[in-house]
Write a protein that binds this ligand. Sequence first.
Ligand SMILES: Cc1ncc(COP(=O)(O)O)c(C=O)c1O
Length: 395
Amino acid sequence: MNAATGELFRQHVIPNYNRYPVCIQRGAGSRVWDDQGREYIDFFPGWGCAIVGHCPPRVVDAVRDQVGRLIHVPNSWHTEPQGRLSKALTDRTGWGGQAFFCNSGAEAIEASLKLARLWGHASGKHRVVAMLNSFHGRTMGALSATGQPKYHQGVHPLVPGFSHASYGNLEEVEELIGNETCAVLLETIQGEGGINIPPDGYLEGLREITRRKGCLLILDEVQSGMGRVGSWYAHQLWNIQPDIITLAKALASGVPCGGIIATPEVASFLKPGTHASTYGGNPLSCAAALATIATIEEDGLLERAKVLERRFRERFEALSARCPWITQVRARGVMIGIELAVDGTPVVGKCLEKGLLINCTHQTVIRLLPAMNLTDSDFDAGCAILEEAIAGLIT
Ligand SMILES: Cc1ncc(COP(=O)(O)O)c(C=O)c1O
C-alpha cells in the first residue's frame, strides 16, 4: 500500500476497523485492483453488497444518468425511481407488501422494530424475541436485538425489551413469547453467525407459533435477500409469508440503500410522523437498485446462483475427503459457509497473499458471498487458491 495513504489513515481516521494493509482502487466484475496494480479475485465483494460484481455496467449507467438529473429531494415529494423500486421489490415477494426506504441494514432493522412496536402499541405489545448468534447491526436497537454478548461489551444499558432464543429451537421461542411480545425477529439464514441454514420445518413452525400467539414475524434479509440464495428473498425457499422483511447490502449494488417490506395491514401503522429518513429512497440509490434488479433478471442470475451453489458445494465437499478438518459445507445460492474444526483465520491471510479475497467468521467458518455472475474461470481460479489455503492449515 502507498505509505502516504497509510499515514492519512493513521493520523485522521478513527481506528475502529481492522484493515488489511491494502488500498483498493478499482473493481470490475469479481476482480479488484490495489494501488500497486495488484489484481485480486473477490469471493466477498463489498461484504455482500456487490451481488452482481463490482461496477456492474447497468448500475454504473443508471447512476450516471440519474446523478445528472436529480440526486436528492426529501420525502415530502414523490419521485419516480422510489415508486418504481417499491413496485419492483414488492412484485417479487409473492405476497405483495409495501416498502419504506432508509440507508443501511441497521436502519432497516430499526424501522422494522419501530413498526412492530407501533403495530402492538394499542394492545401493550412491545417486546421482541430475537435469536442467539444473530447479527442485525450496530445501532442501539439493532445491537440489542443482536444475540452476541461480545458486541454489547462496554455499551450497556441496551435497549430494553429483547430476549433471545437458540436459532433452530421452536420450543425456546414459544416459551419466550408472552402477552407483551410484538414480534419474533431472525435472519432467514444467519450470515455473520456462520451461514446457518434453518432446520427443516423451523421457519414454518415459527410462522405458525407467531400467528397463534398474535405477534409479527420479522425476517432479516439484509444478507440473504436480493436473489443471493437463488430466489429473490430467502424465505421463498421455505414458502412462508412473513409480516416484515428487511433489506440492505446488495439492494443497490453497494450504493447505500436499505429498506423494509411489510404487509399492507402492518405497513398501515407507519403513519406520517412516526418514522422517516432524510436520504431514504433517494433517486440515486433507487436507480441503482432498479438497475441491480434488471441485471439479475435480464442475465438469468437467479439460475446462475443455483449453479454456483452446486459447484461450490461439490468442490469443497470433495476437498473435505482430503481435509477432514472441513466439518461441513453449507450453501444456499451464493451464500456459502465452509465450517472447519480448526482456526480458519490464517486462511484469509494466505488467500490474500495469493490474490483472493474471502472472509472468516467466528474463527471457524470460511464465509463466501461471491457475485451471482462469478465467471467459471474466476470460480476455478479462486477455488484453487482457497483449496490450497485450507489444505495447508494442517500439514
Ligand atoms: C443480517 C444482517 N442484518 C443487518 C446488518 C447490518 O447492516 P449494516 O452494516 O448495513 O447496518 C448486517 C450486516 O452485516 C447483516 O448481515
